[in-house]
Design a protein around this ligand. Structure first.
Ligand code: SAM
Length: 272
């Protein structure tokens, strides 16, 4: 059974979501909010959206806000999702860093980790002597739930069907016994990645050295144009001259002001 929602209750939830995460729901998504959150209200034995809003805002741990955000947004992701970006990393970016042997990458809305692990696999597969490189991957998301999954590096076997069997053998351990049907990312990949909770709405990020590459894929689509513009300007600041930004295939910087050079529809470069 779904709970009824008043316009005022909807507006309060929508405003909270926007202020805290930048996700813009639009004025008429009441039915989405009702269908996605009603089950949670039932679990908590709460009988109205007004009472649920109070619970979310009074939970100082932020746990219920994360729960609400996870239910209202999507965490959908895959290993080697939108593979052209990994081809570009391999073919165009890695050769330019061959002398320096140092690369810093930020997967800025990493969800359950498939994106940063795919980056780590690409680095391991395509640089000569990976041990001689300094490789740092920062993987962040606003949701502590998806980050815990990402940091565990544990997936159902069905999640790696987009990974070739050879690559899977080199980079995943196959579960046996109680863990049959599961795979775990091998330590040579996980040690390259730091997982952190970061909100893309923050004015600054704890990033000290300029980055070679930022992945910000399939999250900006939920933000309105002014929020996207502010975020893209921040990314520009954190990249090295010549550094790249990858965005999702259904996203575009076409309508926003920015200082990047467009290399391909979802690939942008900061000028030297
Ligand atoms: C659809 S997933 C994208 C995963 C991955 N980048 C990909 O393309 O496969 C979107 C992620 O953005 C995260 N997210 C939403 N708002 C955010 C914010 N303000 N700051 C950081 N992450 C956010 C969500 O928690 C979710 O995990």
């Amino acid at each position: 059974m779904d709970y009824p929602i008043t316009k005022q209750e909807y507006d309060r939830i929508r405003t909270l979501l926007y202020q805290e995460s930048g996700i813009s729901l639009g004025e008429n998504k009441q039915s989405l909010v009702v269908s996605r959150l009603s089950k949670r209200l039932r679990e908590l034995e709460i009988d109205s959206f007004a009472a649920y809003y109070d619970q979310v805002t009074q939970d100082d741990s932020g746990g219920e806000f994360t729960r609400m955000l996870d239910l209202l947004s999507t965490n959908k992701t895959d290993f080697f999702r939108e593979p052209k970006h990994f081809d570009y990393l391999r073919e165009q970016i890695l050769p330019t860093l061959e002398r320096e042997k140092r690369i810093r990458i930020w997967s800025s809305a990493c969800s359950t980790g498939e994106e940063p692990y795919t980056i780590a696999i690409t680095l391991h597969e395509h640089v000569k002597n990976p041990a001689s490189w300094e490789m740092d991957i920062l993987a962040s998301d606003i949701s502590t739930r998806v980050l815990a999954h990402a940091a565990a590096g544990l997936y159902g076997e069905d999640r790696i069907t987009t990974v070739s069997p050879d690559i899977a053998r080199r980079h995943f351990l196959k579960g046996r016994g109680k863990s049959a049907g599961l795979v775990k990312v091998k330590p040579h990949l996980s040690k390259l990645i730091k997982f952190r909770r970061l909100n893309l709405m923050s004015d600054t990020f704890p990033i000290k050295s300029p980055l070679d590459l930022i992945f910000c894929r399939n999250v900006m689509i939920y933000f309105d144009r002014p929020t996207q513009e502010r975020l893209i300007a921040k990314f520009h600041r954190y990249l090295k001259p010549g550094g790249h930004l990858f965005i999702g295939h259904s996203e575009s910087l076409q309508w926003i002001k920015h200082d990047f050079t467009t290399i391909a529809p979802t690939i942008y470069r900061k000028d030297l």
